[in-house]
Design a binder for this molecule. Structure first.
Ligand code: PGA
Length: 250
């Protein structure tokens, strides 16, 4: 399977810059793009504009979060049907900023994963340990808890719609990257868990690495066994950083 290079724009850019960045990616990449899948996760208000800018390309567009209910009195939230309505086909679930800044629980990630799958929106479940947890030797326990809880009750038939992203919290936005060895160890552990949960179907799930991915480290990370792509924050906000990361998959 081709590696997935995903850009998480978080709460950055404005409408014009978001569309311009997406358009520049389309113009700079060959079509079809043989060596990678590319997905962009803009802020909610810009999803439609970004979709317009990538219309004639293979670039996919998703949301950074969604609510598990289809509709209701949930001020400030956005539902799966609303995402589908504007054309988003992917969603990030349980990003560490959702978990640690907004207090999202493992249970909530599970409901969101199930709701996304129910609407045929492809979820990316993000998991990862905090620095204290790594230092206390709890990395595997934390990742296992987040993964098993997030995927609880999801059948093997849906495995091919799910992506997992391992993002050590201490590496996000800090400039500290997990070394390919550190990332590879956790990716291998996650692969074992996915096979335990889903059998053969778990062997085919893409596992992305995220956390200070840059042009300088992308290629080594992408060559590491079990790393099936990268989830890029800061370096996805400009073409001069994001394009070389995409091309590192070649
Ligand atoms: P970063 O963010 O690349 O800026 O570290 C990654 C992420 O949070 O997905």
């Amino acid at each position: 399977m081709k590696p997935l290079i995903a850009g998480n724009w978080k709460m950055h850019l404005n409408r014009a810059d978001a569309a311009a960045l997406a358009g520049e990616l389309v113009r700079s990449l060959p079509a079809p793009l043989e060596y990678a899948d590319v997905a962009l996760f803009p802020p909610f208000p810009y999803i439609a504009d970004v979709l317009g800018a990538v219309a004639d390309s293979d670039i996919e567009v998703g949301a950074q979060n969604m609510h598990e209910a289809d509709r209701g009195a949930f001020t400030g939230e956005v539902s799966g049907p609303m995402l589908l309505d504007v054309g988003a086909t992917r969603v990030l679930v349980g990003h560490s900023e959702r978990r640690h800044v907004f207090g999202e629980s493992d249970g909530a990630t599970n409901q969101k994963i199930k709701a996304a799958l129910g609407h045929d929106i492809a979820p990316t479940l993000c998991v990862g340990e905090q620095l204290e947890e790594r230092e206390a030797g709890q990395t595997e326990a934390v990742v296992e808890r987040q993964l098993r809880a997030g995927l609880d009750g999801v059948s093997a038939e849906r495995a091919n719609t799910v992506t997992v992203a391992y993002e050590p919290v201490w590496a996000i936005g800090t400039g500290l990257t997990a070394s390919p060895e550190q990332a590879g160890e956790v990716h291998a552990f996650i692969r074992g868990l996915l096979i335990d949960i889903w059998g053969d179907a778990g062997a085919r799930v893409r596992i992305l690495y995220g956390g200070s991915v840059k042009p300088a480290n992308a290629s080594a990370l992408l060559k590491t066994p079990e790393i099936g792509g990268v989830l890029v924050g800061g370096a996805s906000l400009t073409t001069n950083l994001f394009l070389p990361i995409i091309r590192a998959a070649e």
